[in-house]
Design a protein. Structure first.
Length: 261
């Protein structure tokens, strides 16, 4: 089961090497982690949205992937507004609740920062097949083959676990044990899925060991992972986005080095 949900033939990003996509996301992420300010995060997010059409990712698919992170970012921002370090003009002060210009600015910076890091990561890896990523990590990044193949096998089981959860729910409803007590039903179904995952993982580990995946000998690969000019272009684009975002923050005076907070 592939985790890629778009037509790879229609997406220019799908033809970029997975290692280049990983490097691009790391470049943008590290640049944004150096400062907590709304300017660098906002500029980076805006530039990312400008190149988003290259992914050919349907908006519904993007929203389904982004909304949990956006919700978490909104909750974190709300907490920062209410309990953030006060600075500048104080708008509301009631007990430990203090809403000031500083807390509002910090909340906006956190919201934009999370989205600016999450959106390019989600978009790039939505156009990446897990097998291609494993090939790139093992052949180009020279990571241990046992680690890469084990991670790939575990990732492939995610889809099966989702199907198992659905089937467990149907089976419990058919037996009449899921009609009442939602919390009890979820707890019991989670434990059943946990046991099933352990059994499936044990069988998978035994099967992979029997097929020689645990050997320490150098192995061959069915598909060769290579770097091309478009891969360098992907990384350079990420460097350009990060550089423009940082420069804009420094020029406007909003740059706030994270270690100075």
């Amino acid at each position: 089961m592939s985790l890629v949900t778009i037509d790879t033939r229609r997406s220019p990003l799908a033809r970029v090497n997975a290692l280049s996509k990983l490097a691009a996301t790391l470049v943008i992420g590290v640049a944004l982690l150096l400062s907590i300010d709304p300017v660098s995060a906002g500029v980076s997010l805006g530039l990312t949205l400008l190149v988003l059409p290259l992914a050919r990712l349907p908006w519904r698919e993007l929203w389904l992937r982004v909304w949990p992170i956006a919700l978490a970012a909104a909750i974190a921002s709300a907490g920062t507004v209410l309990y953030g370090r006060p600075a500048g003009e104080m708008h509301v002060e009631w007990g430990i609740l203090r809403i000031s210009d500083g807390s509002l600015s910090l909340a906006l910076a956190i919201l934009l920062r999370v989205l600016a890091i999450a959106v390019p990561s989600i978009v790039l890896f939505a156009t990446t097949d897990p097998t291609d990523l494993a090939d790139a990590l093992a052949q180009l990044a020279r990571l241990p083959a046992r680690f890469v193949l084990g991670a790939l096998a575990g990732l492939r089981l995610v889809g099966l676990l989702i199907d198992d959860w659905r089937e467990l729910g149907h089976a419990r409803r058919a037996r009449g044990v899921a009609d009442t007590g939602r919390l009890r039903r979820v707890a019991g179904q989670t434990f059943a899925l946990f046991v099933l995952a352990i059994r499936r993982g044990t069988k998978l580990a035994t099967a992979m060991e029997a097929r020689g995946f645990g050997s320490s000998q150098p192995r061959t690969w069915a598909r060769v992972s290579r770097l091309h000019a478009r891969d360098a272009g992907m990384v350079l684009l990420a460097v350009a986005i990060a550089a423009v975002a940082v420069t804009a923050a420094v020029v406007t005076g909003s740059w706030s080095y994270v270690l100075d907070l």
